[in-house]
Design a protein around this ligand. Structure first.
Ligand code: CO
Length: 215
């Protein structure tokens, strides 16, 4: 049997299992979703948002790209963010990176891969911001791990720089909270980087927008 057919078989088995546990599981999800979380994660196959957080369909709205980036010209990311924050009204946005991230590793090197080089350049910008700290770390693996953490932190700040998040904080009394996490593919543990933001108090002034006037 072709390998992909296995996925369809596993899907049927999963449906049966879910129905055994709760016969209304799919009926309840059929008409609406009310997720509490937006997840911005890496496209890496080892970091599936639901599985590693023990969550079910309906609980997490998910956007994934290479190296969990918040790029302000990315219409896909902006649309997901706007919908999650303003329509679904999620209370938490989680940026989750992971140790061993190939995108971040590529950003430390000089090899050309292809079109992706232009995406990876955004990660190089994070390196340049933190060059002194990173280059003071002599161990290659430790430097890479720190770069992965700093990249997540910068994406958290980048979310805070968007008009979408700043307007939501204003309108929704500090929600959504934004969090930065790193998943370890080697042991399955998620580390909270404790860089949560729910207002612009720590944001450099130049990024702060005036409050929107509503008529
Ligand atoms: Co990755």
């Amino acid at each position: 049997m072709e390998k992909y057919n296995q996925l369809l078989l596993q899907n049927r088995a999963w449906v049966e299992q879910m129905l055994r546990e709760d016969k209304d599981f799919f009926n309840k999800l059929a008409n609406t979703q009310k997720p509490e979380f937006l997840w911005i994660g890496c496209a890496d196959s080892r970091v599936p948002a639901n599985q590693i957080t023990g969550t079910q369909p309906g609980e997490v709205f998910v956007h994934r790209n290479i190296a969990n980036m918040v790029v302000h010209t990315d219409m896909n990311m902006l649309s997901v963010l706007d919908y999650a924050v303003n329509v679904l009204e999620v209370n938490h946005v989680i940026v989750c990176g992971h140790y061993g991230c190939g995108g971040v590793r590529a950003a430390m090197g000089h090899k050309q891969i292809g079109l992706i080089d232009n995406w990876i350049r955004h990660i190089k910008d994070v390196y340049r911001l933190h060059q002194d700290e990173l280059e003071a770390i002599t161990d290659d693996k430790q430097r890479e791990n720190r770069f992965i953490e700093l990249n997540v932190m910068e994406q958290v700040y980048d979310l805070g720089k968007t008009s979408i998040i700043q307007n939501a904080w204003q309108r929704r009394g500090g929600y959504p909270y934004i969090h930065g996490w790193v998943y370890d593919v080697a042991n399955g543990i998620i580390k909270d980087l404790k860089v949560s933001m729910h207002d612009d108090s720590e944001m450099p002034d130049v990024y702060k927008f005036e409050k929107m006037r509503r008529v």
